[in-house]
Design a protein around this ligand. Structure first.
Ligand code: ATP
Ligand code: MN
Length: 548
């Protein structure tokens, strides 16, 4: 990453290099005597079972852990330190809320003070980024063994040699998530605070034990460093062709199918969530996957199911207290149950997780309105329009009895993790797609046959067939119809997919209702895009839905 190296602490004496000093964290003000660095999964199991009353072992061998009150990320509690060096780079607003350096120091000290009350601490020193040229050294400091195992799985594990030569990390995460932020601290609005200093390359977590916060913290850091060097960081999964090594990217917001569809027996897995695109090709940022576990079955998702074995972390799942069998349907703790496992647990994973330039860039959307076609081919301008829009939909909470889907627009399909303005990432994507002649597609993994409440979610089998047809080239040859509202090219035939579902209007019983719903979604797109109309530095003219 060539990040500015901070000065390493002075070596005790250069004349005695044979006996390395015992590992300590004194440089951060951490005085805990018992520090475990890079424990093996088995040793972390022992620690978790011994010291963490709630941790348990599933019958599959996975470590069951619980994250407490927070079972998902807390985007509203993220703060970025406003520093003169990076001030003009950052996209300030609801995603990146500024705090001053002094507030950062207050929270950092609170985290350090808390960590110093612990009997033991765990350190994970590992890498982010599979391309050695852009690889960042990450240090995680935490007090829960499960958090250490999680990051052991999610980062790229160093060899014994690499660990011995690790030196000064490029970024440090202080995870004091068991301890709250002080709500009276300037800029705090809750007991949760996730604070990132781009200059210090430090990340402080208070008041949330959701492990995904650490992983997305690393991603946020990479989203800052990457574009600085002309490398595009992306919230997408990636697979590679088994024979020619070219890759394919699957962008999408949470729950749209990045992880599910990247576990593809026909392809090599490069990664399920975070990648970079450099002049050499693409590389995964992570060393593991973090899959949704809700309703997981070995029949529908065999690759992910078998990966949830010894070494994997299963977060917030329900299980039988006698048999330790996990009940993947149990949502009593959260809908967002998760499993984290090293990428090599997936049989088709390609190690190292790098691949050639993408042939296809696929935007996944879970359209709960049921009006977007299962697959559309996008022009370069349409690709930019949809990349900047970042549309998906959420089905409203059942507890309120609301059945109306809710549209979500999140630029670059990863708004919460962007550091630069969306146009920065869009420009890089446009340039790279153009240089490497990548095709662009929009794939709806959401509703068909009617909106949420009437229709049903697209069958996984259908979406997999569509992805196969994109990769085989069959869809580029298919006859097309132009969508009258959204303007993109809709393939009207696809191997293994019934032709009648390819044009959504055909699947709705009530055509008038379809037309009204399509117009409604088109308007939501237009309204959302208004805020980018002025600043859009990429070509998007005429690429959005028609109408006013
Ligand atoms: P995150 O960014 O939160 O990790 P993700 O994009 O990786 O989200 P997945 O973990 O792949 O999302 O979740 C997709 C979920 O939707 C899975 O539980 C999957 O079983 C389910 N699903 C149902 N139908 C489909 C479909 N047609 N395509 C993809 N996923 C589907
Ligand atoms: Mn995922």
């Amino acid at each position: 990453m060539s990040p500015t190296q901070t000065k390493s602490p002075p070596k005790s004496s250069p004349s005695q290099p044979e006996t390395p000093a015992p590992f300590d964290l004194g440089q951060y003000g951490l005085t805990v005597a018992e520090i475990h660095r890079n424990l093996s999964p088995a040793a972390l199991y022992r620690e978790a079972i011994r010291d963490d009353a709630k941790c348990d072992i599933a019958d599959s061998g996975a470590l069951i852990a619980f994250s407490g009150d927070k079972t998902g990320r807390s985007p509203k509690d993220k703060r970025i330190v406003e520093n003169p060096e990076s001030k003009d780079d950052v996209w300030w607003g609801s995603v990146n809320v500024p705090i001053d350096d002094e507030t950062f120091e207050v929270n950092r000290e609170r985290a350090i003070d808390y960590l110093n009350t612990r009997k033991k601490l765990y350190v994970v020193d590992a890498f982010a980024g599979w391309d050695p040229k852009y690889r960042a050294k990450i240090r995680v400091i935490c007090s829960r063994p499960y958090h250490a195992l999680f990051m052991h799985n999610m980062l790229i594990r160093p060899t014994a040699e690499e660990l011995a030569d690790f030196g000064t990390p490029h970024a440090v995460i202080f995870n004091a998530g068991e301890f709250p932020a002080n709500r009276r601290t300037k800029g705090m609005t809750s007991k949760t605070s996730i604070d990132l200093s781009l200059e210090r390359r430090e990340f402080v977590i208070l008041g949330t034990e959701y492990a995904g916060e650490m992983k997305k913290g690393v991603f946020t850091m990479m989203n800052y460093i990457g574009p600085k060097q002309g490398v595009l960081s992306m919230h997408c999964s990636a697979t590679a062709d088994k024979s020619n090594g070219r890759s394919s990217l699957l962008f999408g917001l949470s729950g749209t199918g990045k992880t599910t569809l990247s576990a593809d027996p026909n392809r090599l897995l490069i990664g399920d969530d975070e990648h970079c695109w450099s002049d050499q090709g693409i590389f995964n940022i992570e060393g593991g996957c973090y899959a949704k576990a809700i309703d997981l079955t070995p029949e529908a998702e065999p690759e992910i199911f078998q990966a949830l074995r010894f070494g994997a972390v299963l977060e917030n799942v329900g299980y039988d207290k006698d048999t330790h069998r996990v009940d993947f349907k149990d949502t009593s703790i959260t809908q967002n149950t998760r499993g984290a496992y090293p990428i090599e647990f997936i049989r088709n994973a390609k190690i190292p997780c790098v691949a050639g330039h993408p042939t296809d860039v696929i935007f996944l959307t879970c359209d709960a309105f049921g009006v977007l076609p299962p697959v559309s081919k996008l022009t370069p301008a349409q690709a930019m329009y949809h990349f900047i829009s970042g549309y998906t939909a959420k089905v409203a909470g059942t507890e309120m009895g609301v059945t109306e889907p809710q549209a979500t627009f999140s630029p670059c399909f990863g708004g919460p993790f962007l550091v630069w303005r969306p146009s920065k990432y869009a420009e890089l994507l446009a340039e790279k797609m153009n240089t490497h002649k990548a095709n662009a597609w929009l794939v709806n993994t959401g509703w068909s046959g009617g909106a949420y409440g009437v229709g049903s979610r697209m069958k996984l089998k259908i979406t997999r067939a569509i992805i196969n047809a994109i990769h085989s080239g069959a869809l580029s040859q298919a006859p097309i119809a132009t969508d009258p509202v959204f303007g993109f090219a809709v393939p009207t035939s696809c191997p293994e997919v019934p032709a009648e579902i390819l044009v959504p209007r055909n699947t709705w019983g009530d055509k008038a209702s379809f037309d009204a719903t399509a117009q409604k979604l088109a308007k939501l797109f237009r309204d959302n895009f208004e805020k980018y109309a002025d600043g859009a530095s990429v070509e998007v003219k005429g690429a959005g839905p028609s109408g006013k």
